[in-house]
Unconditional design. Structure first.
Length: 242
């Protein structure tokens, strides 16, 4: 066990606008961490900063003991990051099968047997996809597309999965399904950062969580403690602990 990802005093701008205001965040090997916040809190900017889609104005991003603050996204993906982006962003005209194989592109030098073994594992997690392997991904339901997006990330055998709003636009029953899969991934020892507005689900599965508000971390603690917090409940869950 050790620190897999660390953000130290990250400041990020979009032009003259300071979006992240010196945030600190860390994820240990095998840990699930939630990042909560409302619209325009800076959650997506944090995700983009970790992936290298946005370069911070100051501060340091460290992954797997390497300073990656100014490294390009392909380098970071090669170190063991994978993403489940907001709105899934599948290759909509390609089949489910081809979308899943795209996740294994970073492992293309490995034997085909290793890749097919992982495909079998993903289909074991998502039996519904096994029935739709040859179906065009863009014709799937929203929940099925989210399954493909998670499966595609797993095909990379990542050390860290970054999930951006995995429950967005899904019916409650499908949200439960996606988070049950998150629990199974957690049991495999894969680290995850879950960026969410659905605090109830995220805090129930996360070991720790950060709350982001207008570009600043305003609260940090165990998922259990934050779930019981009156201020968090009033802000995100619509009630108090009583």
């Amino acid at each position: 066990m050790g620190t897999l990802l660390r953000l130290d005093r990250i400041v990020t701008h979009y032009g003259p606008i300071e979006v992240l205001k010196g945030i600190d965040l860390s994820i240990e090997d095998g840990e699930v961490v939630a990042l909560l916040g409302g619209n325009a809190a800076g959650k997506s900017t944090t995700m983009k900063t970790i992936l290298g889609l946005v370069i911070p104005s100051s501060g340091t991003v460290t992954f797997a003991e390497q300073d990656i603050t100014r490294r390009e996204p392909p380098y970071r993906i090669g170190l063991g990051m994978a993403t489940v982006p907001e709105a899934r962003r599948l290759f909509s005209s390609m089949s489910v099968y081809d979308n899943l194989l795209m996740g294994a592109y970073v492992r293309r030098r490995l034997s085909w047997s290793e890749i097919t073994k992982d495909l079998d594992t993903v289909l074991g997690l998502f039996p519904r996809l096994a029935e739709r392997l040859r179906q065009v991904a863009g014709t799937l339901s929203g929940g099925e597309q989210q399954m493909v997006a998670v499966g595609r990330a797993l095909m990379a055998r990542p050390r860290l999965i970054l999930m951006d709003e995995p429950s967005m636009g899904l019916a409650p029953a499908l949200v439960e399904t996606i988070y049950e899969i998150v629990r199974r991934i957690k049991s495999l020892g894969t680290s995850m950062l879950i960026v969410e507005q659905n605090a109830t689900m995220a805090l129930a599965v996360a070991g720790r969580a950060y709350v982001l508000q207008t570009g600043e971390i305003v609260s940090h603690g165990s998922g259990h403690d934050l779930l019981k917090s009156d201020s968090i409940r009033k802000a995100y869950l619509g009630g108090s602990t009583g």
